[in-house]
Design a protein around this ligand. Structure first.
Ligand SMILES: [Zn+2]
Ligand SMILES: [Zn+2]
Length: 239
């Protein structure tokens, strides 16, 4: 091992993206690897809501995005990993989760050509800029893996919202309505919208609406986690 590499491995050792344990090799530790495997979304998956087909109810709803994918269910080891990434300063987690997201997107949407990657912004435009934006780190990694351009400022949050997970399902849609805005025209473009977790899908749908109102032809969504038994019950809304 060269001196520089040795120094780097001492200063920035490889860590498990789920539990943070220092490792000698890349990737999750053995325990987390086993736990993550159990949460992989596999088998026959509905491309519209991203769930395994037995959980799909989306045929009766109208989505403003073309499809959504996530590598993991929002449970156990996978959930612990993403929550750690979010709540503690652990930017190295982006490498693993970003790669898993990029891989699942490539598998599910093989023939889709994306023009630009953007994120669901978590802070209003006037809020103080946070130094640690983990969703942006995730999207940056995904874009790199997929060879795509990432525009972190494409979608802005224009008003504050309550935390979605603290609201009942019927209030979630109203909470995000009109809360986001596309900052430039996207005529004829295909956009990949990235977020950390999909629960009801209301936020992704609202952001997709704004992107399409700005001219985007198609929007695809990609998240790290997806709630297992939560169908995306978006109402029938037209642009
Ligand atoms: Zn671990
Ligand atoms: Zn479905």
């Amino acid at each position: 091992m060269k001196l520089f590499e040795r120094l780097e491995s001492v200063l920035f050792p490889e860590r498990c993206p789920c539990c943070g344990e220092v490792l000698n090799a890349k990737g999750p530790c053995e325990d987390c690897e086993n736990g993550l495997k159990e949460q992989l979304i596999t088998g026959k998956v509905c491309r519209y809501c991203g769930h395994e087909k037995q959980y799909c109810e989306c045929k009766k709803y109208h989505y403003l995005f073309e499809g959504v994918a996530a590598p993991f269910y929002n449970r156990d080891t996978a959930q612990n990993g993403v929550y750690r990434f979010k709540l503690s300063y652990a930017p190295y987690c982006a490498k693993y989760f970003g790669k898993m997201m990029a891989d699942v997107f490539s598998q599910r949407f093989k023939n889709v050509s994306i023009d630009v990657v953007c994120i669901v912004s978590t802070h209003t435009a006037d809020a103080r800029k946070r130094d640690y934006d983990y969703v942006a780190l995730l999207a940056k990694r995904c874009a790199k893996e997929l060879g795509l351009k990432f525009d972190p400022k494409l979608l802005k949050k224009v008003r504050k919202t309550d935390r979605q997970h603290e609201l009942t399902a019927d209030k979630r849609q109203a909470n995000v309505k009109g809360a986001y805005k596309a900052m430039r025209r996207l005529d004829g473009k295909t956009v990949l919208l990235i977020d950390d977790i999909k629960t009801t899908g209301y936020t992704l749908n609202e952001c997709s609406k704004q992107l399409r109102m700005a001219g985007a032809e198609k929007v695809y969504c990609l998240t790290a986690l997806m709630s297992a038994n939560n169908t995306c019950k978006t109402d029938k809304t037209e642009i």
